[in-house]
Design a binder for this molecule. Sequence first.
Ligand code: PSZ
Length: 283
Amino acid sequence: MDYVILDGQILDRNKAKVDIEDRGYQFGDGIYEVIRVYNSTFFTADEHLTRLFQSAEKIGMTLPYTLEELKNLLASLVKRNNINDGTIYLQFSRGVAARQHHYPDKDVKPAFTAYTKEIERPKDKLKKGVHAKLVEDVRWLRCDIKSLNLLGNIMAKQEASEAGCFEAILHRGSTVTEGSSSNMFIVKDGIIKTHPATNLILNGITRRVIMDICKEQNITIKEEEFNIEELLAADEIFLASTTSEVMPIVKVIGESFETEEPGEITRKLQAGFEKKIALQCGE
Ligand code: PSZ
């Protein structure tokens, strides 16, 4: 049996129904998070939930839970569904109200849903690397909010996918911002660069874990803009996300960047990431 959370209650997936005037459904008016579970244990849950509260605040939504309450509730779902390696997806929409653009009255409570999924780590891809395609970043200017509105992201991913690629590398003009569902990193002469955590990207939790690893291992990482030219001239490219971890990019299709195999720094970070997982989740 698969259980889900609907407004704070754990219930059968089949019994969970969402109102058609839910503002998440009608406007994409809400926020979400995806948290990784390794060995039946959350990885960086506090960081994800802190970001969730920050996203909520940025769109003027008050969540009817504390971080600890929310984490406990999510943990009970993970336990109930017997998730060993997987993810939990959670979202808060601004609630159910007759359709009008303005925010509803204060008495309308955010609608909370969550579900789990058992997934394996992408071991083969982590080892061999993936291909990516450059796609213009046409999203709005608040990419720092983990909003339910993902049209710009999904259209970019679709374009990459149709070209046989794992990810789209988004660029605004000549500046590389991030992936359609990941952060983007280049390595040149042993130095890593990634876009600064501005309104133009989501400040990824995996990105922050990578920055911690760099500090611990004395690898220089600069939160600095880089352009397409630098991307294509890089020694290594990798992306990072909750489910993709530290994922090597070995080819940018239709462009000059192509490497035989994942680079040395990428490998080091992957090893560092393994240690972080082992430390937190005991795997
Ligand atoms: O399972 C999946 O497909 C997931 S789980 C998380 C993501 C995809 N992507 C998160 C994300 C993102 O959507 C954008 C636009 N930028 C960066 C990231 C990476 O964020 P973290 O590391 O917090 O997952």
